[in-house]
Design a protein around this ligand. Structure first.
Ligand code: ZN
Length: 478
């Protein structure tokens, strides 16, 4: 007998059915999961440098062999111009189930700041000095100017500059400091490297100064060696020596020339007029004066400068006038800046005269006269040294005792008749009881016009006209 048991769901326990459904459901989910993938391309935490463009690498989303990557939407934005952490969210709705992935992008500054230094990277300073900061700058690609955050550390033989930006990137730079004095002091001789003294006169030191870049004034430490015997003609040498605290030495020498002590033999000739013309030659006015002198048969003395045409100076010489020296530039700030400067300038005009006339001149006149005070502005007390030195160098200097004032009061715009002004100044001050050295300027046209009348006055009143030479007793201001 066959027993057939009827299959009936009712006979399956409810609990088993529930388990069965659960298994099917879980299996289904498992299958879905197996056929579903959603991955970020690239890392989920990315770091990019400041100002570098973020490149989206995207995602991969597959479901049941379908590529749904392009349907994924991205929320969030990366601003590479601003440091920080940016969140990007990638999302998609699978049926009614939302799925998403996240990525963090951090914009960072990894560039070090830059320090630059003013002045030299290696600096030498005096041994006893402290370094005077020459300046520094610090800039950062993100923070901009961060100079005020630089830390300056004095390490003795170097100065260290340190700075960090807001992201902690740092920079260090050093300036090396060498404390050393290898420069010699400087000695200056007050009256130049050559001085002259007349035989028999006492030699007195003309003075000096010594200065050191590190030690300052060392004048009191100068040692002078050598001696001058003014009883014997000749050239003597004095040596000036000074040493600074770092043992650098300076040495300089001065020649002292002892000359013959000649005294002027002739005394002033009473009743003589020495017409003297300064500052030329000058085209026009000098020619006019030369023409009058020629016509009147009178000789004069021209204290010339470096100005004017050579031909005029030559004409003065050829027509028998004395060529005397008045300095080359006649610029007070130059000729009175120092003893050497004066003699350099004088030498230039002396050379000019030799070149044009073939003869040297030793008759000179100081611009402004031997007692001018304007020279003190450029070199205090220089005139007394110069008066002494020109004589020791065998020049003869002339001042004047009659002033035509053609460069002074007569030159003023309020004086209408300048010619008469010059004429009056000269004729009123002439004297028969002495020699008359008359100061005028051949660069003034009205002086040229006054000359004929002045000469006529002199002739009519019994004066003689002569030229200055080395042997004429000089007229000096007191
Ligand atoms: Zn002058």
């Amino acid at each position: 007998m066959i027993v057939v048991k009827k299959f009936s769901l009712k006979k399956i326990p409810k609990k088993s059915i529930l388990i069965l459904f659960l298994c099917v459901f879980i299996g289904g989910l498992f299958l879905i999961r197996l056929s579903f993938s959603f991955e970020l391309k690239g890392k989920n935490k990315i770091t990019i440098p400041y100002q570098t463009e973020y490149k989206e690498e995207g995602v991969q989303l597959h479901f049941l062999h379908l590529d749904l990557s392009k349907k994924v939407s991205v929320q969030g934005k990366v601003n590479s111009e601003k440091l920080g952490t940016y969140k990007l969210t990638y999302s998609y709705k699978l049926g009614f189930i939302p799925v998403k992935r996240e990525r963090e992008v951090e914009v960072v500054d990894e560039t070090d700041p830059v320090i630059t230094l003013d002045g030299n990277m290696e600096q030498q300073i005096c041994p006893n000095a402290t370094y005077q900061e020459e300046g520094y700058h610090a800039t950062d690609n993100y923070d901009g100017d961060i100079t005020d955050q630089v830390e300056v550390i004095d390490e003795g033989d170097s100065i260290k500059y340190k700075v960090a930006d807001s992201s902690g990137n740092s920079a260090v730079l050093s300036r090396s400091i060498l404390k050393k004095d290898d420069a010699s002091p400087t000695i200056r001789l007050s009256s130049g490297s050559v001085v002259y003294v007349k035989q028999g006169n006492a030699y007195k030191e003309y003075g000096y100064t010594a200065v050191d870049g590190c030690d300052g004034d060392l004048t009191s430490k100068v040692v002078v060696e050598g001696s001058v015997d003014t009883s014997k003609l000749g050239t003597y040498q004095l040596t000036y020596k000074v040493t600074d605290s770092s043992n650098n030495t300076a040495t300089i020498t001065r020649k002292v020339v002892v000359n013959e002590n000649k005294t002027s033999t002739s005394s002033g000739k009473p009743g003589v007029i020495y017409l003297t013309f300064d500052d030329g030659p000058q085209s026009g006015s000098t020619e006019k004066i030369l023409n009058v002198l020629k016509q009147e048969g009178v000789k004069a003395t021209f204290f010339v400068t470096g100005n004017g045409p050579d031909s005029l100076l030559k004409r003065e010489f050829d027509e028998g006038h004395t060529i005397a020296l008045h300095t080359n530039t006649h610029r007070y700030e130059k000729v009175y800046s120092g003893v050497d400067a004066y003699f350099d300038d004088l030498k230039k005009v002396e050379d000019r005269v030799i070149r044009i006339t073939g003869t040297s001149s030793k008759v000179i006149r100081f611009p402004g006269g031997s007692n001018n005070t304007i020279s003190n502005k450029y070199s205090s007390g220089i005139m007394s040294t110069l008066r002494n030195q020109v004589e020791a160098r065998e020049y003869v200097y002339f001042d004047w005792n009659v002033d035509g004032n053609d460069a002074g009061t007569c030159a003023k715009s309020s004086v209408k008749d300048k010619k008469t002004c010059v004429y009056n100044n000269v004729t009123k001050n002439l004297s028969k009881n002495r020699s008359n050295v008359v100061l005028m300027h051949d660069v003034k046209s009205y002086t040229a016009e006054a000359i004929a009348d002045i000469i006529h006055y002199g002739k009519q009143n019994g004066y003689n006209f002569e030229v200055l030479t080395k042997d004429v007793a000089p007229v000096h201001f007191k």
